[in-house]
Design a binder for this molecule. Structure first.
Ligand code: NAD
Length: 481
């Protein structure tokens, strides 16, 4: 695998190249410069589209078995270099090392799963009204795909797109987030080491995503856009993709409710909400953003939850003991501070935390009695803050949970099977965790409804996003038999 020093202002487009312009990548934990990163614009985007098209003409003709073999080697190399990948991720975006190691395994899981799935892309043969016709539905790769990924899962959001795309026979141009380009570049280098042909996976970093992304989205050779990020940007990209009528997958923002019902075991419910809320310092799209607890349990729950929150270790992401690292940048800390101040101004009570801890660190925070119109009850906070609100009955819990334009993940805690299934059915969300604060898996469908997105990633659903269905109708001459 290439070293970080050797990455200096380099990017991968067919081969390793050095960019004329570069930007400084800084550690969110210490502010030190970690690397110079290529800063690419529209020209590089147009060139990447041409490279992706050329590579596609050959890659689409390989067999599924050949592609699977490259993916298997890629997965093995990710495991072999797990520690370097985890450390790089922790350094560039501040995810605590223990969690970073978990993400390497999760990211490699997509590669392994799609290595197998490549061989199971079946078409169909189906009957016709006309006796002399034979009808086929063939599955073929969509074509070159353009992926834009966020910083909060620097590896897993890449492999969740690249693994199914490459398995299906598509090529991919990837634009990683400004804050986490090194993880993506290392991953692409391992793809080359695994035998991935030049141009099948390109990685183009930039400090200004718009010109580069616009060039790729405008290019008719790019047949698909897959984006993970905020709803605001997703909406713009959806509109821009209309000009070339691209296939589209959007994994956008969430605003996850966690419902704790009256029959819950408080300690167990607290453990699940903790796992959901504080992953990556609250910076995941499926983190519980609002905690609703039945009024009969709310005091006991709040007390136990605050005690668990106070036990979290805030500190250096490279320290094995750390639970909560820094937030990714100043904007993120400003948003969290704004949400907390706003909630307090609207009458919420601070139970624990509620302040900056120097640099980009923010204390894990619990609030209670938060007003329904507070910012943190209307939009994603994306930080280590849990607002707890009481509800009276199941109908009110469902109404509060669904009262949002977002619909990515929702959670509920109950041991009543009827309640669990009925509430899960009523929730307008793409993912529901029942007594499970961390439901994501490479083999499960991940994605949102309403303004949280379009399409699914993971499992057989994820590879469909990179496949076209071609109808072949064959008319036979009846003379032979
Ligand atoms: P963001 O939308 O600002 O950035 C995401 C990516 O889009 C980055 O690569 C960025 O460079 C790029 N980008 C930004 N503006 C662009 C533009 N105008 N044109 C083209 N590309 C552009 O999001 P963020 O704040 O960095 O990431 C956090 C968001 O991502 C949260 O809302 C979170 O919920 C969401 N997210 C969703 C999922 C999911 O699967 N649904 C997963 C992780 C994160």
């Amino acid at each position: 695998m290439i070293t970080i020093d050797a990455l200096d202002a380099r990017y991968l487009s067919g081969e390793w190249r050095r960019a004329e312009r570069s930007y400084a990548l800084r550690s969110p934990a210490t502010g030190e410069e970690l690397a110079r990163v290529a800063d690419l614009g529209a020209d590089a985007g147009r060139e990447a589209a041409a490279v992706a098209w050329e590579a596609f003409l050959a890659w689409r003709r390989t067999t599924a078995f050949e592609r699977a073999a490259v993916l298997e080697r890629w997965q093995a190399l990710m495991h072999e270099h797990a520690e370097e990948l985890a450390t790089t991720m922790a350094r560039e975006m501040g995810k605590p090392l223990r969690e970073s190691r978990g993400e390497v395994a999760y990211a490699a899981g997509f590669v392994g799963w799609y290595a197998e799935e490549a061989k199971r892309v079946y078409g169909d043969a189906f009957p016709s009204q006309a006796g002399h016709k034979r009808l086929l539905a063939l599955k073929q790769p969509v074509g070159p795909a353009f992926a834009i990924t966020p910083w909060n899962f620097p590896l897993a959001m890449v492999t969740r797109k690249a693994a199914p795309a490459l398995a299906a026979g598509c090529t991919m141009v990837l634009k990683p987030a400004e804050q986490s380009p090194l993880s993506a570049l290392l991953l692409a280098d391992l793809w080359l080491d695994a035998g991935g042909p030049a141009g099948t996976l390109q990685v183009l970093p930039t400090a200004d995503p718009v010109p580069l992304a616009d060039a790729l989205i405008a290019d008719p050779r790019v047949r698909k856009l897959s984006f993970t990020g905020s709803t605001e940007v997703g909406r713009q990209l959806y509109a821009k993709s209309a000009a070339t009528v691209k296939r589209i997958s959007l994994e956008l923002g969430g605003h996850a409710p966690f419902l704790v019902f009256e029959d819950a075991d408080v300690e167990e419910a607290v453990a699940q909400v903790m796992a959901s809320k504080f992953r990556n310092a609250g910076q995941t799209c499926v983190c519980a953003n609002r905690v609703y607890v039945h009024e009969s349990l709310v005091d006991a729950f709040t007390e136990a939850y605050a005690a668990a929150t106070e036990r979290l270790v805030v500190g250096d992401p490279l320290d094995e003991r750390t639970d909560i690292g820094p937030l990714v940048d100043e904007q993120a800390v400003a948003k969290v501070s704004r949400h907390v101040t706003d909630a307090l101004e609207r009458g919420a009570q601070l139970v624990t935390g509620g302040e900056r801890r120097g640099g980009l660190y923010y204390a894990p925070t619990v609030l209670k009695g938060v007003a329904p119109d507070a910012l943190m009850m209307r939009e994603e906070t994306f930080g280590p803050v849990a607002p707890i609100v009481a509800f009276r009955d199941d109908a009110e819990a469902v109404r509060l949970a669904n009262d949002t334009p977002f619909g990515l993940a929702a959670y509920l805690y109950t041991h009543d099977l009827t309640r669990a299934l009925l509430v899960a059915e009523e929730l307008e969300y793409g993912i529901v965790g029942v007594n499970d604060g961390v439901p994501s898996a490479p083999y499960a469908p991940f994605g949102g409804v309403k303004q949280s997105g379009v399409g699914r990633e993971g499992g057989p659903w994820g590879i469909e996003e990179y496949l076209e269905t071609k109808f072949v109708s064959v008319g036979l001459r009846r003379e032979a038999l």
